[in-house]
Design a protein around this ligand. Structure first.
Ligand code: NAD
Ligand code: UGA
Length: 459
């Protein structure tokens, strides 16, 4: 069958996989190929056990795979045969050299640009899907247009705003799609070609067009603003704990002001995920590079408050367990950085687990989807840590439970049964404020929530 467009995506991760699956599902008239250097990942995308857990993703992939959606490691062929190339490789925080710990590590990005240059035989539109520092497109253009007699490349920025756990829904009905390009006739034409893809299922007024730098910078800014709301509410949660104000009530009261809005005001043990911290630190680094010290410090504080919130949570467990957890069994309910994903990247649970292990606690970790990643992430620790599918078994013989991921499953457990199986006095630290604290207190637990006075059976 002849396809109207041949789309390639380089990078079959949390973004590349779901995004291309939804494009293929919604556009049967396009051929969509997703390539990756990671053979295991591609094998998993071609199997019944996809490499990532996302609600609804199995169904989308099942409809399109083999029809017009293909996963492969054949990068060179993919580049040659495509008109539009989305680049969705990882852009983690640099761990070495200049900018270590803050700047984005663009090595995977640059390698991809060079692979495209080596293999392309005709004009291509290159779409920046990864999250990148503002002005990356200029570097991309410089690399791609290095060969004077080679084909022309147009670089377009199309940042992704999906959140894990709701990726399919976010992709199918996005608040907006952003497409930025150079304002030249070729740039605008390339932008229109990308807009045309989304227009297959997204209404035209939700597709925003802008200049390429605005598009790149909007992505970092969106993440910074979202994370800032969490750090703001988390900072107030600490004040609530001192004053008997209740953080959920405060969040509700301020969120009903339509100028503030109700979303992203859920106090927690801290924000995690692969992007907020790395993107804000990248923004900080960019500001420093432009000599904007005050702006850099302003955004850096969003990350610092988050680290402080995680640290506060561990300190709270320690001090309430009579200043020692050595040898005590502590059950962590949830390890994913949020519910409905198996992803544990930058999960606050990692910090909490390591903090408690340093204090020589005996940890048992339970999570419905993230145990595999939890095992990998804690592979280097030589402390006493075990993994348990069943939360009831995890809690057996424990002194304390810490809820670290807001899985629905944890709301509906039989806490009387859990209480009976634990060591007395039993403690619950609800890092997600999802449980019925009064009820737990009446069962006999000592209950510590975020942004609420503790409910204790002792002074
Ligand atoms: P990921 O690590 O899950 O996936 C990236 C993939 O790219 C990996 O499978 C890796 O093997 C592959 N890759 C790297 N270099 C390659 C190369 N030269 N050729 C082929 N494949 C290569 O990362 P992710 O979470 O999908 O994020 C990708 C980008 O999207 C990042 O810039 C991230 O900031 C951004 N982003 C992520 C999310 C999210 O929710 N995870 C949301 C929006 C934007
Ligand atoms: C976030 C953004 O929401 C996406 O728009 C963006 O595309 C993505 O980063 C990215 O660039 O990677 P994600 O990290 O997948 O998405 O998940 P979020 O729902 O934003 O949650 C991030 C963290 O904040 C989680 O740990 C979550 O539990 C926490 N959170 C979120 C809170 O503590 N309180 C809230 O009110 C909301």
């Amino acid at each position: 069958m002849e396809f109207e467009k041949d789309i390639l995506c380089i990078g079959a991760g949390y973004v590349g996989g779901p995004t291309m699956a939804v494009i293929a599902d919604r556009c049967p008239h396009y051929r969509v190929t997703v390539v990756d250097i990671d053979e295991d990942r591609i094998r998993a995308w071609n199997s019944d056990r996809l490499p990532i857990y996302e609600p609804g993703l199995d169904e989308v992939v099942a409809r399109a795979r083999g029809r017009n959606l293909f996963f492969s490691t054949a990068l060179e062929d993919g580049i040659r045969n495509s008109d539009i190339i989305f680049v969705s490789v990882n852009t983690p925080t640099k761990t070495f050299g200049q900018g270590a710990g803050r700047a984005a590590d663009l090595q995977y990005w640059e390698k991809t640009a060079r692979q495209i240059l080596r293999n392309a035989e005709s004009h291509k539109i290159i779409v920046e899907k990864s999250t990148l520092p503002v002005r990356t497109a200029a570097a991309m253009e410089r690399i791609l247009n290095a060969a004077p007699d080679g084909p022309r490349f147009d670089v377009v920025s199309n940042p992704e705003f999906l959140a894990e756990g709701t990726a399919v829904r976010d992709l199918e009905s996005p608040d907006r799609v952003l497409v930025g390009s150079r304002e030249t006739p070729e740039g605008v034409q390339a932008r229109k070609a990308v807009v045309e893809i989304y227009a297959n299922w997204v209404s035209r007024e939700r597709i925003l067009e802008s200049n390429i730098w605005s598009s790149e910078l909007s992505k970092l800014t969106a993440n910074a603003f979202l994370a800032q709301r969490i750090s703001s509410i988390n900072s107030i949660s600490a004040l609530c704990e001192k004053t008997n104000a209740v953080i959920d009530e405060v969040a509700y009261a301020i969120g009903t002001d339509s100028r503030i809005g109700s979303k992203f005001l859920k106090a927690s043990v801290g924000f995690g995920g692969s992007c907020f911290k790395k993107d804000i630190l990248n923004l900080v680094y960019i500001c420093e590079n432009y000599g904007l010290e005050e702006v850099a410090r302003y955004w850096e504080s969003v990350v610092r408050i988050n680290e402080w919130q995680e640290k506060r949570f561990v300190r709270n467990i320690l001090s309430n367990l009579f200043d020692t957890v050595a040898g005590k069994r502590v059950a962590l309910f949830g390890f994913a950085f949020k519910a409905n994903t198996g992803d544990t990247r930058e999960s606050p649970a990692i910090y909490v687990a390591r903090g408690l292990l340093e204090e020589r606690a005996r940890l048992v970790i339970t999570d419905p989807k993230a145990l595999g990643n939890a095992r990998a992430v804690l592979a280097d620790v030589d402390g006493n840590v075990s993994f348990e599918e069943d939360p009831y078994k995890a809690a057996e013989g424990a002194h304390a439970i810490a809820v670290l991921t807001e899985w629905d499953l944890y709301r509906g457990l039989d806490y009387e049964r859990i209480y009976r199986s634990m060591v007395s006095p039993a403690f619950i630290f609800d890092g997600r404020n999802i449980l019925d604290h009064q009820k737990l207190y009446e069962i006999g637990f000592n209950v510590f929530a975020i942004g609420k006075a503790p409910l204790k059976h002792f002074k």
